[in-house]
Design a protein around this ligand. Structure first.
Ligand code: FNR
Length: 387
């Protein structure tokens, strides 16, 4: 039995990741904003829902195929965008994308990714989404739209919950800087983790690959690429900008970070084809509700057609079954695949996706549901507080 095969669930992979990564890097993945209330609630909220099984229904064949962002998906899960992935493993985004493709799932690349979107598209034929921001320099956003179209990306996810960076206190305590700097303290911490790829942090390999062409424009000034991109976040972004982006892109577009039925409706009216209910994995507004608790109202508000993706807190295949029964098209995961990546590179992501898929199919089988299209509100019940 290999080391990764000894992982039975997301929690095991998380522990493996914790052992392999220097503490500041692990905390960067694992942590949330302020008191991490939303971070904890995102996952805990799933336990408030009970699954109500049907019995004596033929479950010898379970149908799980669906479509997300207009692309086929083997089952209703996709991989959320996460920045700076090379910090967690030298094989970075490509390892995650390849594992996703092998499992028939959509992969999303972050604007803050460490692999150029063109390189990802060239190396990877699977369905892919690019996570975009509306920057102060709308020209930079328009440039991303053109590059994504040219490279063959299938959808865009516009992140709207980040007008400023959330307050991640674990990163302050650990002294993590972005990009990580080689100080005496960090070298000591890194030296204790020889299985983790220190070279990935040094030299030209570690950068924000999708904006690194801007470095020429910065060469004369003291600003780093990280400062440059930080200064691009625009607090004045509004619905007219969403309308503009939808027109410009004219293909599947989800608004990532929507939490309310009103904003979900407004997203669709502004030209989006879907919403990702998300609080950024509890990394932005602490105290925001858990995405799973918002699904039913959001689905009610947007009707049947748009993608409603529940993003945040999914740690079991059964969580996906609950989200679907509440009205989601699919779920999306961030930390779980990063734990897998840190624990063992591409095979680690593979292991994670295998485990979640097994859990998902086993849950459907035990719930007596042989087709995800048959899942409905009667399969799930929210327990009253303390019940
Ligand atoms: C993220 N997330 C994120 N979202 C985004 O729109 N752009 C980004 O660059 C990032 N970067 C990022 C880095 C890391 C380390 C994490 C953990 C998360 C948020 C991500 O897309 C997703 O919303 C959450 O991770 C979902 O919650 P879970 O699955 O981690 O609980």
């Amino acid at each position: 039995m290999t080391r990764l095969q000894r992982a039975n669930n997301v929690a095991d992979l998380r522990l493996m990741a914790r052992r392999r990564l220097p503490r500041p890097i692990f905390d960067y993945i694992d942590g949330g904003a302020d008191d991490e209330v939303s971070l904890r609630r995102n996952a805990d909220a799933f336990t408030d829902y009970e699954l109500i099984p049907d019995v004596l229904n033929d479950v010898s064949d379970i149908r799980t195929e669906t479509s997300i962002f207009g692309q086929p998906s083997r089952w209703p899960l996709m991989l959320s965008p996460t920045g700076l992935t090379r910090m967690f493993h030298g094989h970075a985004e490509l390892a995650v994308a390849h594992a996703a493709a092998r499992h028939g799932l959509l992969y999303s690349l972050s604007t803050m990714g460490t692999t150029r979107l063109e390189d990802l598209a060239q190396a990877f034929g699977g369905p892919k989404v690019f996570q975009i921001y509306i920057f102060k320099d709308r020209g930079l956003t328009a440039e991303f739209v053109a590059r994504c179209r040219e490279a063959g990306f299938h959808g865009l996810a516009l992140t709207v919950d980040t007008p400023v960076a959330g307050n991640r206190e674990r990163d302050r305590v650990s002294g993590l800087s972005l990009p990580p700097k080689l100080t005496l303290r960090s070298m000591l911490s890194f030296a204790l983790h020889p299985s983790w790829s220190l070279p990935a942090l040094t030299g030209s390999k570690f950068d924000l690959a999708n904006v690194s062409h801007k470095i020429d424009a910065l060469a004369s000034g003291p600003m780093s690429l990280f400062d440059y991109i930080g200064a691009q976040f625009d607090r004045s972004v509004g619905w007219r900008d969403v309308e503009w982006l939808a027109r410009e892109w004219n293909a599947p577009l989800s608004i990532k970070g929507v939490m309310t039925p009103e904003d979900a409706r407004r997203s669709i009216d502004s030209g989006a084809t879907g919403v990702m209910i998300s609080n950024h994995g509890g990394r932005q507004l602490d105290g925001a509700p858990a995405p799973v608790d918002q699904i039913a109202a959001v689905r009610d508000a947007v009707g049947d057609a748009p993608d409603v993706i529940c993003d945040g807190g999914i740690r079991r295949g059964s969580d996906v079954v609950k989200a679907l029964a509440l009205g989601a098209t699919a779920c999306s995961i961030g930390r779980p695949y990063l734990y897998g990546l840190a624990a063992g590179g591409e095979p680690g992501v593979d292991r994670l996706l295998t485990l979640l898929h097994e859990e998902f199919v086993r849950t459907l089988t035990l719930a007596g549901v042989n087709d995800i299209a048959a899942l409905s509100a009667r399969h799930v019940r929210r327990r009253a507080n303390g019940a």
